[in-house]
Design a protein around this ligand. Structure first.
Ligand SMILES: [Zn+2]
Ligand SMILES: [Zn+2]
Length: 297
């Protein structure tokens, strides 16, 4: 099983790698800089090179970076959107320098006041509300610009589904699909967060709900584009748009729901990355919980 976690890099990237190895992880997610700041000092080239070779020797894979929470590629304000594009280009370059395979990114928020945009989008004959429509256009244009301005990069940008809170895009998989359609590129992929899916209204806690969610993923973004899973249980109820991660099996997706997810034949080959709470005290227990569930097919 390809299992890992988002680990802190306060003590450096190599420390995160060592911690991943100690926890017997086979993959890793990191921030390449503080996720709550626009600017960061450039990566030290020698340290980055040392990390890259340590990573290669470790045989762990994939290496995933997560982008900053400040970036809003769908922002209606041109200045914020330009700032977000510049920050995203920096994220791509940093991820590339560190040798990351994927850079997970949120889809941004459209910030219009016209609609209940985060809800599930079950009627494919309906178009998106105008605020969503405009936000998705801006998001796609921003992503295209980021790709154009980083032509040499091999790191793939993985669009993550969100909890669909407020005016955040990316709750319905149709939002992600729209970007993939408008910006066809080998350098785009999808990251599926189980907590966010549940919060948006995809009931991955039940067998039928999980099947429906996977079918929905397949006919929107295509399972071939799905490259990373964020495995998190959910504190918030189904469809409540609450982005609150819970320990594996202890949330409303629950043990059985988690067991079905990690063993599902259409998902089980993918990297599972935990973003569960209380890393210092609970991560090892959560990793063990997943390993136990995986054996209970
Ligand atoms: Zn995320
Ligand atoms: Zn996530």
């Amino acid at each position: 099983m390809i299992l890992g976690a988002h680990l802190p890099t306060a003590k450096g990237f190599e420390a995160a790698l060592r911690q991943a190895q100690e926890l017997k992880c086979s993959c890793l997610q990191i921030f390449s800089k503080s996720p709550r700041q626009w600017q960061a000092p450039p990566l030290d080239a020698a340290k980055a090179a040392a990390f890259r070779s340590a990573w290669q020797e470790s045989k762990l894979a994939p290496l995933v970076a997560h982008d900053s929470y400040l970036i809003n590629l769908a922002a209606p304000d041109d200045i914020i959107r330009e700032k977000s594009i510049a920050a995203m280009i920096d994220e791509v370059e940093r991820a590339e320098t560190l040798g990351c395979d994927y850079l997970v990114t949120h889809c941004g928020a459209h910030l219009a006041k016209d609609c209940d945009e985060g809800s599930l989008f079950n009627d494919s004959s309906r178009s998106f509300p105008p605020g969503v429509e405009a936000g998705l256009d801006r998001l796609a244009a921003s992503v295209r610009t980021v790709l154009e301005r980083t032509p040499e990069a091999r790191v793939r940008i993985a669009l993550e589904n969100t909890a669909g809170q407020g005016t955040c895009l990316g709750g319905p998989f149709e939002h992600l699909a729209r970007v993939l359609q408008e910006v066809p590129s080998e350098r785009l992929a999808v990251c599926f967060d189980t907590c966010h899916a549940f919060a948006t209204g995809h009931d991955v806690s039940t067998e039928a709900g999980l099947e429906a969610t996977i079918a929905n993923l397949d006919h929107t973004v295509g399972l071939n584009n799905l490259k990373v899973i964020h495995l998190n249980d959910s504190k918030g109820e189904l469809g409540r748009h609450l982005d609150r991660h819970e320990h594996i099996g202890q949330g409303l997706i629950g043990q059985e729901g988690m067991r079905r997810i990690v063993n599902h034949p259409k998902l089980s080959h993918l990297p599972f990355i935990l973003e569960t709470p209380d890393l210092e005290t609970m991560l090892e227990k959560n990793l063990d919980a997943v390993r136990a569930l995986r054996q209970m097919q």
